[in-house]
Design a protein around this ligand. Structure first.
Ligand SMILES: [Zn+2]
Length: 447
C-alpha cells in the first residue's frame, strides 16, 4: 500500500505541474494580448497625430487610407505655439507609452513594428519642432527625420565625372551646355509621352510580377501635370490603387520613361504601398501603415528601394535592349547614338549626390539662391531652369533629398551583404521584397 500512496503523490504532483503550466501560459497569452491592445492604441494615437500635423503642412501626409472620420477637415493652417506645444506633448506621451512596452517584441515582425513606430514617432516630434520655427542643421534634421546621416560629398569626385563627360561628349567648351544639346535628340515628343510611358510600365509590371506576387485587383492611373517641384509622384489612395503623376513642363528623355515607371510604379512606390497594405493593414490590422508621413524614416526605405528596384528590374544590358527595341520606335527617335547616350546618362547619374551638398549648404544658410543654382549648374550639369526647379524642390522638401542618395547606398549595401550579389538575381529580389513588405528602419539596415 505504501507503494500505492507514492503513485498517487506523483499523479497529484503531475496534475499540479500541468495546471500551473496551463495557468502561466494563459497568463502569458493574456499579457501578450494586453500588450497587443496597448500597441494598437499607441498606433492609433500615432495615426491621429500625423493627420493633425498634416493640417499645418499640406505636403506632410503623403498617403492616408484609414478611417475617413479621422481625417481632419481643415488644411493649410498656421500653427500657434500653444497647439505646437500640445502636439509635441502628445508625441512625447506616445513615445513614453511605447517605451513602457518594451516586452512587446515577440516575433521578428513585431520587433520591426515596435522599432518602426518608435522612429516614426520621433520623426513626427522633429517635424513639430521644425514647425515651431526652430531651424535644425541639415545633418541633424536628416538624422532626426530619416534616421540617417548623409555621407560627405567630395567635389573632386564630382569633377572627375565631369572630366570623363568632357572627353566623350561631342563638341568643345562648356560641358553642361554640351550635355543638354546632346540629349535633345533623345527627348520624347509630347504627343508620344503617354504611349511610351504605357509601354514602359507594362514591361516593368510584367518583370516585377515574375518575382513578386502582386495582390489581385491592384491598379494605378497615370496623369500628366505641370508646375510641380518634382518630376513624378506616386499618390497612394489605398485599396491597392495609386495615381502616378508625371510633370511634362520639362523635357522627358527616353530613359526616364522606364525610370519613372519602375520608381513610381513597379517595383517602386506603388508596389511598396500595396504590399504594406496587404500584409500589414489587411492581414494584421496594423493601423499605423494606413498613414504615410512624408518626412519620416519610411521615406528613406521607400526611395532607396525604388532606386534599387529600378536597377534590379533590368539586369545587364536588358534595359538598353528594351528601350532601343520598343521605346525608341514608339517615340519615333533615332537610336543611332544610343550607346553613347547610355554612357553619358550613367556618368551623369554619378553626380546625383551633388544635390545633397547643395541642399546642405542652402538649408544651413551657407549659400544664397544664386550660389546654389550656379553650383547645381556646374556640378550636376543642369540648365539654369532645371537648377532653379531643383532649388524649389529643396525649399519645399528640405533634407528630403538624402532619402534618394542615402536610401540607395543603404539598400544596395544591405542587399549585397545578405547575399544579393551580382550573380544572384533571385536573392536580390527576395531581399527587396522583404524590405518592401515589412516595416524597416534605415539605421537597423546598417552593417
Ligand atoms: Zn520616389
Amino acid at each position: 500500500m505504501q507503494e500505492g500512496k507514492e503513485v498517487y503523490k506523483i499523479i497529484y504532483l503531475l496534475i499540479f505541474i500541468l495546471l500551473a503550466l496551463f495557468c502561466s501560459e494563459k497568463k502569458d497569452q493574456k499579457q501578450q494580448s494586453d500588450l497587443e491592445l496597448k500597441m494598437n492604441s499607441i498606433a492609433e494615437g500615432y495615426v491621429k497625430l500625423v493627420l493633425e500635423v498634416g493640417k499645418y503642412d499640406a505636403n506632410y501626409v503623403d498617403a492616408y487610407y484609414g478611417p475617413k472620420e479621422w481625417k481632419p477637415k481643415e488644411e493649410n493652417l498656421q500653427i500657434d505655439s500653444t497647439t505646437n506645444a500640445k502636439l509635441i506633448f502628445n508625441a512625447d506621451s506616445l513615445l513614453n507609452e511605447l517605451e513602457l512596452l518594451s516586452e512587446y517584441k515577440a516575433t521578428e515582425l513585431e520587433t520591426l513594428r515596435y522599432r518602426y513606430l518608435y522612429k516614426q514617432l520621433f520623426a513626427v516630434k522633429t517635424k513639430l519642432i521644425i514647425l515651431s520655427g526652430s531651424v535644425l542643421p541639415f545633418d541633424l534634421e536628416s538624422r532626426a527625420l530619416y534616421d540617417i546621416s548623409p555621407l560627405d560629398i567630395n567635389e573632386e569626385d564630382l569633377q572627375k565625372v565631369i572630366d570623363e563627360l568632357d572627353k566623350i561628349l561631342p563638341g568643345k567648351g562648356d560641358v553642361a551646355e554640351r550635355i543638354t544639346n546632346f540629349k535633345k535628340q533623345f527627348e520624347v515628343p509630347k504627343d508620344k509621352i503617354a504611349a511610351v510611358f504605357d509601354a514602359a510600365i507594362k514591361e516593368c509590371r510584367s518583370r516585377t510580377s515574375k518575382y513578386i506576387n502582386l495582390p489581385a485587383g491592384e491598379k494605378f492611373k497615370a496623369e500628366y501635370v505641370v508646375g510641380k517641384p518634382w518630376g513624378a509622384y506616386n499618390w497612394y489612395k489605398g485599396n491597392l490603387f495609386s495615381v502616378i503623376q508625371i510633370t511634362t513642363d520639362f523635357p522627358i528623355y527616353i530613359e526616364s520613361a522606364v525610370g519613372i515607371a519602375a520608381h513610381e510604379g513597379y517595383p517602386g512606390h506603388h508596389v511598396y504601398n500595396i504590399l504594406l497594405e496587404q500584409n500589414l493593414v489587411k492581414d494584421k490590422g496594423w493601423i499605423e501603415y494606413t498613414v504615410y508621413p512624408l518626412y519620416s524614416p519610411q521615406s528613406l526605405i521607400a526611395e532607396g528601394t525604388a532606386v534599387i528596384g529600378e536597377e534590379i528590374l533590368f539586369p545587364g544590358d536588358e534595359r538598353m535592349k528594351f528601350e532601343k527595341e520598343v521605346l525608341f520606335p514608339l517615340a519615333k527617335l533615332d537610336a543611332k547614338n544610343a550607346d553613347l547616350y547610355y554612357k553619358v546618362i550613367s556618368l551623369q547619374e554619378k553626380l546625383s549626390g551633388a544635390g545633397v551638398l547643395a541642399a546642405k549648404n542652402y538649408i544651413n544658410g551657407d549659400w544664397t539662391d544664386e550660389e546654389t543654382v550656379a553650383w547645381l549648374q556646374k556640378f550636376q550639369l543642369r540648365t539654369k531652369e532645371r537648377a532653379e526647379k531643383y532649388l524649389s524642390f529643396i525649399e519645399t522638401y528640405r533634407s528630403y533629398v538624402v532619402t534618394y542618395n542615402m536610401g540607395e547606398v543603404i539598400i544596395r549595401d544591405y542587399i549585397e551583404r545578405n547575399g544579393g550579389t551580382e550573380d544572384n538575381l533571385a536573392r536580390k529580389w527576395e531581399i527587396l521584397t522583404k524590405l518592401i513588405s515589412s516595416p524597416h528602419t534605415p539605421s537597423s539596415l546598417l552593417d
